[in-house]
Design a protein around this ligand. Structure first.
Ligand SMILES: *Cc1c(COP(=O)(O)O)cnc(C)c1O
Length: 433
């Protein structure tokens, strides 16, 4: 469900015609819909609120890596959404966008000392620890920060969760699976127990719970349920030896209908499953959706540069957006529907959708059936609001794509397109040249 619909034949973002946006900001450009973000967050918040006994005063923390635009984060923050972060940069973005520190979770397999110190000093809600070595480093950093604390700058003992690797990998592609036994994320269940016990002996960290995140674009509830049950079992085991477990962080990963499929688990069914598994544990749950909130809230607007027809009949639609602007197809064979903003009349034809980048992987799709296309036509890649702009680069010296946020009839450029001067001025020439 999203708010990109046709009005009088032309695709709009809510009340704003994409043609007008393309004229105003140029292409390619990412365009986000406030109504879609709000709707997705609302569905999840309502579903969670329907199970207060099982899920507690649950936290919904948007996975900032999916879309870290400050105005997108601020839109979600105003609705009460927290932030799941994986770097100091993301924590800084969340804070700047108005997410209170006590709604920020810090995860990640390779947090530096400086990042851990920053998170402690910022007073984030929870640091998810992913290894024994990281726990030792965190204890050390917390202890030394506390020694240096002053009356005016007190340091709170960080609350931590141990990220468990439940050995259930899942997700829409091998490259987005994170919970398999060979994946780099989290601590195996048998080690997590000892780690939790060790953390509770330290005065410099307070273990409050367990976390997991098994993958992304997961399209059935079964693997998630297996992982949540593993967290439940571990909670009971830890409590049996007298340890306190008050929070379970369930990660993100629920898939979205990139192909328009209607058989995906609903948000309500997903949350109801979590509530069933956690029932009676008396914990506070945390959900960390990224894709679920943002994917369908964004499109990548692009213009056809030209149509190349080969003698063998193959037809290439050469777009002004490339893999540097939207990397998911090249990176994970991802599917994005391509929609002409104002379709022409005529027999549909097969097109290969390609960008201008000098790489063979700069192909968005092969053999897509589209209405007849001509140079100058506008198209929109649908479902591009998550893992789109955040993965963009300046490869081939193409300035980063701008981002636009729409809200009803109004819109704003929420990240500007750098000029060529901006791009070149960042590179001072070595003084011996
Ligand atoms: C990426 C990530 C998420 C979000 O995943 P989605 O598939 O976008 O929902 C949640 N938690 C952690 C720890 C992550 O790394």
């Amino acid at each position: 469900m999203h708010h990109f619909d046709r009005i009088n034949g032309a695709l709009h973002a809510e009340g704003v015609p994409l043609e007008a946006l393309a004229d105003a900001v140029g292409t390619p450009a990412y365009v986000y819909s406030t109504a879609t973000l709000t709707r997705h967050y609302g569905l999840l918040a309502d579903a969670v609120a329907a199970h207060p006994a099982a899920l507690g005063p649950a936290l919904i923390a948007f996975a900032v890596k999916a879309n870290s635009n400050l105005s997108v984060l601020a839109t979600l923050a105003r609705l009460g959404c927290g932030a799941d972060t994986v770097s100091e940069g993301e924590i800084r973005r969340a804070l700047k966008a108005g997410v209170p520190a006590n709604r920020i979770v810090f995860s990640g397999v390779g947090k530096t000392d400086a990042e851990l110190a920053f998170a402690i000093e910022a007073g984030v809600r929870q640091i998810n620890v992913e290894s024994a070595i990281e726990l030792d480093r965190l204890i050390e950093i917390s202890s030394s920060l506390k020694q240096r604390a002053t009356a005016s700058r007190a340091i709170a003992t960080p609350e931590i969760a141990i990220r468990v690797n439940p050995a259930v990998g899942a997700g829409g592609h091998a490259k987005i699976t994170t919970g398999g036994a060979t994946d780099k994320f989290g601590v195996p269940a048998d080690e997590a127990h000892a780690l939790y016990a060790r953390a509770s002996l330290s005065p410099h960290v307070t273990p409050v719970g367990l976390a997991c995140h098994i993958g992304s674009q997961i399209t059935t509830l079964e693997p998630l349920e297996v992982a949540f049950r593993a967290l439940r079992t571990m909670t009971l085991e830890l409590r049996a030896v007298g340890l306190t477990v008050s929070r379970l962080d369930l990660g993100g990963g629920l898939g979205v209908p990139y192909h328009g499929q209607s058989d995906l688990p609903s948000i309500e069914a997903y949350v109801a499953m979590a509530a069933r598994v956690l029932d009676g544990l008396d914990v506070e749950a945390a959900f960390e959706p990224g894709r679920l909130l943002a994917a369908n809230a964004g499109v990548l607007l692009s213009r056809v540069i030209q149509v190349n027809e080969r003698g063998d009949g193959r037809r290439f639609l050469v777009l002004d957006a490339g893999m540097n602007d939207l990397m998911r197809p090249a990176l994970y064979d991802a599917f994005h529907d391509l929609v002409p903003v104002r379709p022409r009349e005529g027999e549909p034809r097969l097109y290969d959708l390609v960008g201008p980048i000098c790489e063979s992987t700069d192909v968005f799709a092969r053999d897509r059936l589209l209405p007849p296309m001509q140079a100058g036509d506008l198209v929109a890649f649908m479902g591009a609001g998550a893992y789109g702009a955040v993965l963009a680069s300046e490869y081939n010296s193409r300035p980063l794509v701008p981002e636009v946020l729409v809200d009803g009839d109004r819109w704003a450029v929420v990240r500007t397109r750098p000029s060529y001067e901006d791009m070149l001025d960042r590179e001072p020439t070595a003084d011996w040249l």
